[in-house]
Design a protein around this ligand. Structure first.
Ligand SMILES: [Zn+2]
Length: 607
């Protein structure tokens, strides 16, 4: 039906019009699969020409072009900004899964094909990136993350320290440059990663300083360790009772260990002295934090990150960083805090643009997977502990109804099977009473499932966002759940088998955000020690790549503009030193990320 006349140097107005129709109706692009690669390339290139035509008044784009005006040559006006050649491109586009090269113009993919094909859209001004047979994929999408960057930039990050001695040394160094009485804090700590036999306690931290209050905060966000000075300044002694929603941990003789959980940590925020910042300084720190974290995220190949709890400060940080040319990744923000103000102002899901977009509203209904507090129908191994709920069913119903009826996507943190059931009840209720053809409410984490929950998630069109680096990274914690539960946790395989469009999520800080670690974790279901957890949930590498790209785009309603290397989509891609298909699945995480490009702009290059 579509006949391309390669020799004529022009195209008929009929063809032109049809191409414009294809352009404005992406569904029609499905026709492309009927063409050979060469034809497809030509079509892609012409589409770009049609894009500029589409911006013209119809009488210029249509049949009434004056015949005296020179007709455009094939290729005129479609000069690529740059092309990538000699690559192993895994497009994640079913119509053309593999390619060697592609062209980019104005931040979008212009054409995809062989190296020889793509050279045709290059001119002398076109930059050529020879990939040297390296692997190129669409940029990775993390569907649940907490990117702030402030503590990473200004605090003492202790994640990589493996012994108490190293930890103490890092804190001592910081204390040496901090006035006495002022806080020294270690960030992103993981208690189960220390190699010492005895757990960290306040006496260890006293070796770093007795003149400064010290806190070491767990990366999961629910527990902290304090030194003796901090306990003294907060007035906590061995006779202090535990508050209702928290705990001061004690040893067998009743002495404080310095470990403190949940709301018991509140008293420390009022003790000691902290550096104070003016609102302007605070705003600047947030912007700098965003610049910093954006650099870290894109260095791992992430190009879109769903922020699972953006407040006013965070929203402003995105905007400030962008205005300064420092925002390298795209953000889909789940709003926490100013939801009601935004809703009242008339904002709803989808507001914003391709860089900073308002996504859903975010709530949290139970505890944590990594800190072993999520609410389950059966207890933690060897205990009577079923975990904790943080919302009632009534609260969930009310929040969901309000958001749903105001055209907001909802994302509720629900790890345990009990909590997932409660959230599903609320989604099922509103979808029945106020149907929506494509609402895509989300269950954040959705860690522990069963066949009934899977069936209901599918039926309600709900999107789960299970952890994707946890099996690998948090392995030493899973014995507290046991092998049987792990068969149904982080259940990417079960979601796929049920026909659910499941993305992947780090929940950084609690989990690492490196997407290559995530691919390895989902494919092998082995932790960093090699122990296998829930092998029935393994996915293939190709499925893992889909989870990391196409499915991530779907979770934010952006599958038409992101997630694959397809003509017309944003030019978000990552170049890897090796094709993950070619390495041992147990070493996927070690592949080097050579280059990350977002919207045609280089965000990261390997040094
Ligand atoms: Zn989270």
């Amino acid at each position: 039906m579509l006949e391309l006349d390669a020799g004529a140097g022009c195209w008929s107005w009929m063809l032109e019009l049809e191409l414009v129709l294809v352009l404005v109706n992406p569904e029609l692009r499905g026709r492309m699969r009927r063409y050979t690669r060469g034809e497809f390339l030509s079509l892609s290139a012409i589409l770009a020409g049609a894009a500029s035509l589409a911006k013209l008044p119809f009488n210029r784009a249509g049949a009434q072009r004056p015949t005296t005006e020179p007709l455009p040559q094939r290729g005129a006006g479609i000069e690529a900004d740059f092309i990538v050649t000699n690559a192993r491109v895994l497009t994640m586009d079913a119509t053309q899964p593999r390619a060697e090269a592609f062209a980019v113009k104005d931040g979008r993919f212009l054409a995809i094909g062989t190296t020889a094909d793509i050279r045709n859209v290059a001119t002398q001004r076109t930059k050529v990136i020879d990939a040297g047979n390296m692997c190129v994929l669409p940029g990775f999408i993390d569907a649940h993350c907490h990117p702030s960057g402030v503590s990473e930039l200004f605090g003492v990050v202790v994640t990589s320290l493996k012994t108490k001695a190293e930890l103490v040394e890092a804190l001592r160094k910081k204390a040496a440059t901090t006035p006495p009485g002022f806080w020294v804090e270690g960030e992103l700590f993981d208690d189960t990663k220390l190699t010492d036999a005895a757990p960290l306690d306040r006496h260890d931290l006293d070796r770093a300083s007795t003149a400064h209050p010290i806190a070491v905060n767990h990366r999961g966000g629910h527990t902290s360790w304090y030194n003796s000075k901090a306990l003294e300044l907060a007035g906590i002694t061995r006779s202090t009772p535990d508050p209702e929603n928290g705990r001061f941990f004690r040893d067998s003789s009743g002495d404080l260990t310095g470990r403190v959980a949940e709301l018991a940590r509140g008293v420390f925020s009022r003790a000691g002295q902290r550096e104070r910042f003016t609102p302007e300084q605070q705003r600047d720190r947030s912007r700098q934090g965003m610049r910093h974290i954006s650099g870290l995220l894109t260095a791992t190949g992430l190009t879109t990150v769903h922020d699972a709890g953006a407040n006013g400060d965070r929203i402003r940080a995105y905007e400030d960083a962008r205005a300064n040319g420092e925002l390298k990744h795209r953000a889909y923000m789940m709003i926490r805090g100013p939801y009601e103000q935004l809703r009242t102002a008339g904002v709803y899901t989808g507001f914003g643009d391709e860089w900073i977009r308002v996504g859903g509203v975010k709530y949290a209904a139970d505890g944590s997977a990594s800190e072993r507090t999520m609410r389950m129908s059966t207890p933690y191994v060897g205990t009577n502990d079923y975990g904790i709920l943080t919302m009632t069913q009534q609260e969930i119903h009310e929040r969901v109804e309000d958001a749903h009826r105001n055209r907001w996507q909802v994302g509720i943190h629900a790890n345990g099977d009990v909590t997932i059931d409660m959230v599903l009840q609320a989604y099922e209720r509103v979808l029945k009473q106020w149907p929506h053809p494509d609402r895509r409410h989300r269950i954040e984490h959705c860690s522990l499932v069963n066949p009934d929950l899977l069936r209901r998630i599918k039926a309600a069109g709900v999107i789960p966002t299970p952890f994707w680096t946890y099996v690998y990274y948090h392995g030493e914690k899973w014995s507290q759940y046991g092998d049987e539960k792990l068969r149904w946790m982080f259940a990417h395989r079960s979601f796929l088998d049920t026909g659910i469009i499941v993305p992947g999520a780090s929940d950084y800080g609690p989990g690492p955000f490196e997407p290559l670690m995530a691919l390895q974790s989902m494919v092998t279901r082995r932790d960093y020690r090699g122990r296998e957890w829930g092998p029935n949930q393994k996915v293939t590498l190709d499925e893992a790549l889909k989870i990391a790209t196409v499915n991530g785009a779907y979770a934010s309603y952006e599958e038409k503009t992101k997630g694959s290397i397809s003509a017309g989509k944003y030019a978000d891609f990552v170049m890897l030193e090796k094709d993950p298909h070619d390495v041992d699945p147990g070493s996927i995480k070690d592949i080097r990320v050579m280059m990350t490009v977002v919207g045609g702009t280089t965000a990261h290059t390997a040094t």
